[in-house]
Design a protein around this ligand. Structure first.
Ligand code: GDP
Ligand code: IMO
Ligand code: MG
Length: 428
């Protein structure tokens, strides 16, 4: 197997960063294909924690990392991230990090609009990360976006002035806010342009060459399947396509090139921001998972909502992504929970449903149908072989495989790179 896509199956924060960091050791290139610095991907190596928002999680393994065309990039944040990693002794030369010419640039007006919409009470609050992600993707679709190739172009100032005029009209007239200082914007972006220009290139050509050479490529998704703009719990979603199909569009490679697709599944469910969550817990068990799992957003620091694993969602993710395997993370966090609930289907007005409903009104009324299994008391974080897991833990894993009809390839029992049990190595 040479090309592997990794996606989240739930509402993000499943532990994608950890698994990508782990598997990057066996790959030549790591490509992020969507999202921006709404993502926060955590890697823990030798007890030290790194959180990456834009740079692919292969960077600690010193692999060539690519910011794909499907991403939206805040250049100031990217420079901070580069400097942070350099400060940690990680070399970030232009041949180690490449930015697609076609990736879109987040501008100050995108962030201002994101914050204005979330705070004004005039439109539906999504609970966004406030990083300007949605407004940047809007401009991409409206063909008014600024790409990296445009940032480097001599007409940059003219293009930005044209777009900023409309944005300032909206910010001042509709929201009653101060306009963006365009001269300041141009000065800041001139600095970003000089700093980032060496990293910008036509990445599809590079990826194609790598594929033809037989190199191994790891495609790193951000967010999760149920935050997908088309297939998630719309409108409580992000503004990009988060599923495996977009690994192709977001990096400029055809679908025949993909070999395997792993879905990251947290052993329970979490969600940040607004939106329905059928298995959400509002009791002491929810608090236990939140605290033991340290469920705080890696980007915004917000408390994550917690609930039981929802196999209706996982089956939906298997279908939407054609998952070939699962990586089950945070299994250690369930240790000490006396009885574990697994949601196997929903009840909607006395009717049992097995599929994830499209209508949020229906989803909001769905009651989870649980199968209750016995938990385990042991601390499993030092276990490195599935045979050494407690029987109840193995039974829990078995039920997840049966209900998802998908094999579990990896099990994560702690945040550290080595706190992992590999059952079926995707690159071997
Ligand atoms: P991502 O956005 O999918 O990369 O996930 P985040 O990094 O936002 O959140 C996952 C959190 O769980 C991070 O703090 C990780 O360090 C941590 N983590 C990942 N895997 C495990 C695990 O198996 N056990 C525990 N206890 N923590 C984990
Ligand atoms: P990673 O890659 C969890 C959520 C936000 C909000 C919604 C829209 O770390 O898993 P946006 O700023 O994208 O317009 O916000 O999506 N969200 C995430 N939740 N993990 C993420 O990324 C997320 N990225 C966005 O909380 O509900
Ligand atoms: Mg995260």
């Amino acid at each position: 197997m040479s090309n592997l896509v990794i996606v989240g199956t739930q509402w993000g924060d499943e532990g994608k960063g950890k698994i990508v960091d782990l598997l990057a050791e066996y790959s030549d290139l790591v490509v992020r294909f969507q999202g921006g610095n709404n993502a926060g991907h955590t890697m823990v190596v030798d007890g030290e924690q790194f959180i990456s928002h834009l740079i692919p999680s292969g960077i600690l393994q010193k692999k060539q990392c690519i910011i794909g065309n499907g991403m939206v990039v805040d250049p100031g944040v990217l420079i901070e991230e580069i400097d942070y990693l350099i400060g940690k002794g990680i070399q970030i030369d232009p041949d180690m990090l490449l930015i697609s010419q076609k990736a879109h640039v987040i501008m100050p007006y995108h962030k201002a609009i994101d914050a204005a919409r979330e705070g004004c009470g005039k439109s539906r609050k999504i609970g966004t990360t406030g990083r300007g992600i949605g407004p940047c993707y809007e401009d991409k679709a409206a063909r008014r976006g600024i790409r990296f190739i445009d940032l480097l172009d001599e007409d940059f100032e003219k293009n930005v002035r044209g777009v900023a005029e409309e944005k300032n009209f909206y910010l001042t007239s509709f929201h009653g806010l101060d306009p963006i200082d365009v001269d300041q914007l141009l000065r800041d972006y001139e600095g970003y342009r000089k700093r980032l220009a060496p990293y910008v290139s036509d990445i599809s050509v590079l990826i194609d060459k790598a594929v033809r050479k037989g190199n191994r490529i790891l495609f790193e998704g951000a967010q999760g399947t149920h935050l997908d703009i088309d297939h998630g719990t719309y409108p409580y979603v992000t503004s990009s396509s988060t599923i495996s199909g977009n690994a192709c569009c977001g990096s400029g490679i055809g679908p025949k090139r993909m070999d395997s697709i792993i879905g990251i599944v947290k052993a329970y469910t979490t969600r940040v921001g607004e939106g329905p969550f059928p298995t959400e817990l509002f009791d002491a068990t929810g608090d236990f998972l939140q605290q033991k799992g340290a469920e705080f957003g890696a980007t915004t620091g917000r408390k994550r909502r917690c609930g039981w694993i929802d196999m209706v969602m996982i089956r939906n993710a298997v279908m939407l992504n054609s998952l070939t395997g699962l990586a089950l993370t945070k299994l250690d966090v369930l240790g000490g929970v006396e009885e574990i609930n697994i949601c196997t289907s929903y009840m909607y007005r006395n009717q049992r449903i097995d599929h994830f409903p499209v209508s949020l009104k229906v989803l909001g009324e769905c009651e989870p149908v649980f199968e209750t299994v016995p938990g385990w008391k042991e601390d499993i974080s030092s276990v490195r072989s599935a045979d050494d897991l407690p029987e109840n833990t193995r039974n829990y894993l078995q039920r997840i495989q049966e209900l998802s009809e998908t094999p579990i390839d990896l099990i994560s029992v702690g945040p550290g790179r080595n706190e992992t049990i590999i059952l079926n190595h995707p690159f071997k």
